[in-house]
Write a protein that binds this ligand. Sequence first.
Ligand SMILES: Nc1ncnc2c1ncn2[C@@H]1O[C@H](COP(=O)(O)OP(=O)(O)O)[C@@H](O)[C@H]1O
Ligand SMILES: [Mg+2]
Length: 357
Amino acid sequence: MKKIGILFGQENSFPQAFVDRINQKAEKNISAEFVRIDKMMQGEPLGYSVIVDRISQDVPFYRASLKNAAITGTAVINNPFWWSADEKFFNNALAVKLGVPVPKTVLLPSKDHPSSTSDRSFRNLAFPLNWDAIFDYVGFPAYMKPFDGGGWRDVYKISDKDDLWEKFAETKQLVMLLQEEIIFDDYFRCYCIGGKHVRIMQYEPRNPHHLRYEHGKAPASKKMLDTITKYVLQLNQYLGYDFNTVEFAVRDGIPYAIDFCNPAPDAEVTSVGQDNFEWVVETAASYAIQRAKAQKDDRDNLTWGEFVKTGAAGKPLIAAAAKTAKADVSAGKVDHAIKEEAKPKKKPAAPKKAVKK
Ligand SMILES: Nc1ncnc2c1ncn2[C@@H]1O[C@H](COP(=O)(O)OP(=O)(O)O)[C@@H](O)[C@H]1O
Ligand SMILES: [Mg+2]
């Protein structure tokens, strides 16, 4: 019997629904349950072919336990080694290299020195930093957020320099990104499962939490949905995530990737709504079963992204990006949560003047 386990924290609806869905499918020799750990011995298997990790970002003990499980052959969703290495600044740099639009972003050293360091630890760092160049590049208004953050923790909106100094002082030892604000007309949150299955959800992050999916916007055009799909696939295939969300803010018709390091994305029915919940439960359950079937003991059963694979093979890091994603747009099952805009019968007349920004 191959077991699929789910490791989770405070969420309520997704873990039980995921386990029930797999068990309802009654695949031969496959069952699902909540992961149970009562001891953690080096190099010893936990007994799961697949583990879906929904919580190790908050529990370092689990992160190390999942690496130990991986070396005994468990297919961990998402790869705990890559997740340990990844953060938002690298994500943005990768997007730049892939040609996926992102807000202008810089990395700031923490306001306070990390504990157990002193001035002497920072002799390579100019003091003060070249703030003028930083402000010229990013501009105001801006966002400031932790380089490895999540769940809207310590996310600041910054209006000008004075506001920045005030808020930066509050961030203490956090390493922050300072990022151009994308003042958006539209916003999308997209699940991506298996680097292939995409669910685009139109979203209004400025609404209160329980109303974010009630956006009241006109449906997006097919062209917009296709572009977003392509970017979602590129980013996830390159990063190597099995289960992730990507958020986009749309300004002047261009979708900018805002947040794409969410390897335990919110999937509560109370926030995403019944239809999106059904999609994520069904797609995650089917994908976990597929991974369980492919899993082989004492092998590496993790997903490694194109970035690592091409780098490890000594190939140019980004060269194959566009090709890879294109191939999968047609092969993959792309499922839009929103109805596409009806196609106009006639082409609209071209605007007389292009608006320059
Ligand atoms: N550059 C930006 N431009 C516009 N809105 C932003 C920007 N960065 C963050 N936001 C807003 O703040 C929210 C939280 O930021 P996000 O980067 O998603 O952090 P987290 O990982 O904590 O969710 C986003 O959903 C978005 O509404
Ligand atoms: Mg976010």
